[in-house]
Write a protein that binds this ligand. Structure first.
Ligand code: PMP
Length: 437
């Protein structure tokens, strides 16, 4: 079909061949390869365009980094104005950095101070180090399936598509054994599994890090009992609770998922959608912890040549200001997300498929496994090949979704009801055809 990125007569295919010569695997990030790399040339609102001019309705959204839509003038105009005004000084502070930290501390319930990084991985790495420094302890607890970036402390027990490289555990070769052994694994929505680790390792656990909704395995929504229980447990045990809101932050609510569940973590990490596609990450928390990054009085190293750089700070401020001035962003994306989930749920029932629709807000996932999907063990029942076929057929019809079978898709501020109608129509055709095969 027109939209196939596997069509070997296209410009996209030629670029994929050239890429294979100079980039390992033909891509700059392992998760961008799904049997072939894609080759895009541009984006516009809810759409992206490949090198051959095919338009795709985009739910992949750069793994969620696109929040308002591609090339949004809300963000791009101020960034364009900033080019040529401020570049990089490497001394002192800019007005933009103070403005960004002020905005973040205003909107994030648990944030009193904030540091800017260049990516989500840097933010979680800083959070883990800060927690270790503050507690004088070494161990970290993460949840099965959770993803917090590429660095050593969090590279264990990540699943998204077990049959691919990304299903490796640990995620990478070349990691110190000590780093892997210092990361303990608990089960999401199972407070007893966390309690057991605290009992096994008394006064040795520095922090618990969690995606409040683990969107790296789709959408396991936490029970209120679980998040509140984690807060109480970590406080009682003297450990730091880290909410990794790299995906949930700014996307589900201006104040992140912590605003929705009413539970305040000690530390919060940000990234992705925060600057609508411009590289940035952030770590926020109470003054008492964050002041350890103080280069004079603290003891934790905060460094980064590009931290707080003008274009990223400008983009993040513009994104946050837009969301603050337009709370209907949340009512609209949540309503569109609900329409997609309800529509997919009806199609699944109608066709009697072994599939389960999940999600939250503007995020949706289609698991090819029967309900209930509560945790890791249920996710292992997922039929990854069925998802791959669904993904491929949707791509060929011009709908771009995340290729990994256990991740999620995103509605941006640019998607419309008509887009959702078309998506459901295409999904019905694809699923019916898969059923007939
Ligand atoms: N935390 C979460 C929850 C993520 O989903 C990701 C990226 N997928 C990261 C951290 C790492 O962010 P980055 O890719 O910007 O380093």
């Amino acid at each position: 079909s027109d939209h196939s990125p596997r069509n070997s007569s296209t410009r996209g295919w030629a670029l994929q061949q050239a890429a294979a010569e100079v980039l390992p695997g033909g891509v700059n990030s392992a998760t961008r390869y799904v049997g072939h790399p894609y080759a895009f040339g541009g984006g516009d609102g809810a759409y992206v365009v490949d090198l051959d001019g095919n338009r795709y309705l985009d739910y992949h959204a750069a793994f969620g980094a696109i929040l308002l839509g591609h090339n949004s003038p809300v963000v791009d105009d101020p960034v364009r104005d900033a080019v040529g005004k401020l570049d990089l000084f490497g001394l002192g502070v800019t007005e933009l950095e103070v403005e960004l930290a002020t905005r973040v501390t205003e909107v994030i319930p648990s944030a009193e101070m904030m540091i800017a990084t260049m990516s989500g991985s840097e933010a979680t790495a800083q959070a883990v180090r800060l927690a270790r420094a503050a507690t004088g302890r070494q161990l970290l607890v993460k949840f099965q399936g959770g993803f917090h970036g590429w660095h050593d402390a969090v590279a264990r027990n990540v699943i998204s598509r077990p049959e691919l490289a990304y299903g490796r555990d640990p995620l990478s070769a070349g990691i110190l054994d000590a780093a892997l052994e210092s990361t303990l694994i608990a089960e999401f929505n199972d407070l007893d599994s966390v309690r057991a680790l605290f009992e096994q390792h008394p006064e040795r656990i520095a922090a618990v890090i969690m995606e409040p909704i683990p969107h790296n395995v789709g959408a396991l929504v936490p029970t209120q009992e679980f998040v509140s229980g984690l807060r109480d447990l970590t406080s009682a045990e003297g450990a730091v609770l880290i909410f990794d809101e790299v995906i949930t932050g700014f996307r589900h609510a201006l104040g992140g998922y912590q605003e929705i569940c009413g539970v305040q973590p000690d530390l919060t990490t940000f990234g992705k959608g925060m600057a609508n596609g411009y590289p940035i990450g952030g770590l926020a928390g109470p003054r008492s912890l964050m002041e350890r990054f103080d280069g004079q009085k603290g003891d934790v190293l905060l460094a980064g040549t590009f931290n707080g750089y003008a274009l990223g700070a400008t983009a993040a401020i513009a994104t946050i200001e837009h969301l603050r001035a337009n709370p209907d962003f949340y009512t609209r994306t949540h309503a569109l997300g609900a329409r997609i989930r309800d529509g997919l749920t009806s199609i699944v029932a109608e066709l009697d498929l072994e599939a389960t629709v999940a999600g939250y807000g503007g995020v949706f996932s289609l698991y090819f496994a029967a309900a209930p999907i509560r945790g890791y063990r249920d996710l292992m029942r997922n039929d990854n090949q069925a998802y791959a076929a669904f993904h491929r057929r949707m791509t060929d019809k011009g709908f771009l979704m995340i290729p990994m079978s256990l991740k999620r898709n995103h509605v941006s501020g640019s998607h419309t009801d008509a887009d959702v109608d078309r998506t459901l129509e295409a999904a019905r055709d694809v699923l019916a055809a898969m059923k007939a095969d």
